[in-house]
Design a protein around this ligand. Structure first.
Ligand code: 4AD
Ligand code: MG
Length: 435
């Protein structure tokens, strides 16, 4: 038994394959079955003169997504997708598939999302999730090369990290517990233990709004580094993003091309990504307010940027832009106060190009025990479940920084996909938990 992706090494030989019927065509005395086995598509040619009658008839009757076993000779064909096609000798139906719901015609998004378990077999979804695989591997490779240690954070936590409004509460043997919003608080002690660490795990956000960039469960990659300040943190984010973008462009050119067929302006988008280089832009929150004012978007100092404002800012730049030093009043408790201006914190959001908005959020962490205690108090957070976190500031407190990047938002940006729901195998949205 061979896989379709291996067939180039079997030209001229007879092979047997298993796969699902992806599509069919006929022309006179020839039948074509496009076979799909997960590793590729293969055109199988049934010539009436070369197969027995039963096989020829089966080629006509086999339903979409029926499982078949096919034996035939591999022929080189430069025009075929994998460079080869199969001259069939025999075909056996292994398992039928009646009325497969996802036909080659257009379907609505809700119809498809309700059949996500089957939709994964379609070409575009297949291409997208292969890009996801490559992206995640590129992340791991980047951090491994730099000597980072992978540390897995817990998913069940006693506290919030990113504010109470998006917390999923669970009943933990009679006590309230929460699904993790971020591994950060657990990466900080790990940075004291190992110097350079990162995690890749799901984060949960009870996002009550429907947008094209919010999932309730997403995959979150978070590095944390000792002796790193805000400037160094932004450099790390920049190097990492360049590396993974290049990795996907290099290894998934075919998949990106397929995805681009249905995306307006895709060529321009890939050109921009291909030419991406450092340095990315760096502007302060104050600069961003000025920029917005120039675009007739009036905001008061202290207000948070929404998706619309981020889109306006990012469209002004041909590379991603770091917006740093946001107002302290609306920042999470753990961000370090700027010693130069205590009204702001040492943090950043990285906005992707072309209006995609924030894909990374990071900061230098507060390392002063008294300041951190004050922030916890000011925000009315329960102190007891955070005692362990305060220990880091008691036993050899240290300068450290990190950031979090959402896998799905990054993938949507690189592949040019409008909505992030297609960038994860099984999306969880405010109105969707099935399948
Ligand atoms: O900006 P956020 O909330 O930052 C943190 O959680 C920090 N604790 C990270 C850290 O410093 N270690 O989230 C970081 C990133 C966002 O920039 C975005 O890419 C992604 O996580 N993200 C989401 N992705 C999909 N759906 C959501 N609901 C998301 N919320 C955040
Ligand atoms: Mg953020």
């Amino acid at each position: 038994m061979v896989w379709i992706e291996e067939l180039k090494e079997h030209v001229g030989k007879e092979v047997t394959l298993k796969g699902w019927v992806y599509n069919k065509r006929d022309s006179g005395k020839i039948r074509f079955v496009i076979l799909r086995d997960g590793t590729g598509l293969l055109q199988c040619v049934f010539a009436k003169s070369e197969v027995d009658e039963a096989t020829f008839e089966l080629a006509d009757l086999a339903n979409q997504e029926a499982l078949v076993k096919i034996t035939g000779t591999v022929r080189e064909d430069k025009r075929a997708p994998g460079g080869v096609e199969l001259s069939v000798r025999s075909l056996k139906l292994m398992a039928d598939s009646e009325n497969y719901p996802i036909t080659p015609k257009e379907h609505g998004i809700d119809f498809l999302l309700s059949r996500r378990h089957l939709w994964l077999r379609s070409r575009r979804q297949h291409a997208l999730l292969k890009c996801r695989d490559t992206l995640i591997r590129a992340f791991h490779e980047f951090f491994e090369k730099r000597g980072f240690i992978l540390i897995d954070p817990p998913m069940i936590t006693p506290t919030s990290c990113e504010g109470a409004t998006t917390l999923f509460e669970i009943d933990y043997f009679g006590e309230a517990a929460y699904l993790s919003q971020s591994g950060q608080l657990y990466m900080e002690p790990a940075a004291a233990a190992f110097g350079k660490v990162y995690c890749l795990a799901p984060s949960f956000r009870a996002e009550k709004s429907k947008t094209r960039r919010h999932l309730t469960e997403y995959w979150h990659l978070e590095p944390e580094v000792a002796f790193l300040d805000l400037a160094g943190d932004m450099e790390l984010a920049e190097d990492m993003l360049l590396c993974v973008v290049r990795g996907v462009l290099e290894h998934r050119a075919d998949e990106l091309k397929l995805l681009g067929e249905r995306i307006e302006g895709f060529d321009k988008h890939t050109e921009l990504l291909k030419n991406l280089d450092k340095p990315f832009y760096r502007i302060s929150y104050d600069d961003a307010l000025e920029l917005l004012k120039g675009k007739a978007v009036q905001m008061k100092w202290g207000e948070k940027f929404g998706a619309d404002e981020e889109a306006v800012i990012s469209r002004e730049f041909d590379r991603p832009v770091f917006v740093h030093r946001y107002p302290k009043a609306s920042a999470p408790f753990y961000m370090k106060e700027d010693p130069v201006n205590p009204k702001v914190v040492l943090n950043f959001d990285l906005l992707a190009t072309e209006g995609y908005g924030e894909i990374i959020g990071g900061s230098q962490r507060e390392d002063d025990l008294a300041k951190l205690e004050a922030a916890i108090e000011r925000q009315g957070l329960p102190r007891e479940p955070l005692e362990w976190y305060l220990d880091l500031r008691r036993y050899g407190t240290f300068e450290h920084s990190g950031f979090g990047i959402g896998i799905e938002r990054t993938l949507a940006w690189i592949t040019g996909i409008h909505h992030i729901r297609e960038t994860i195998p099984y999306p969880r949205l405010i109105d969707r938990i099935y399948p």
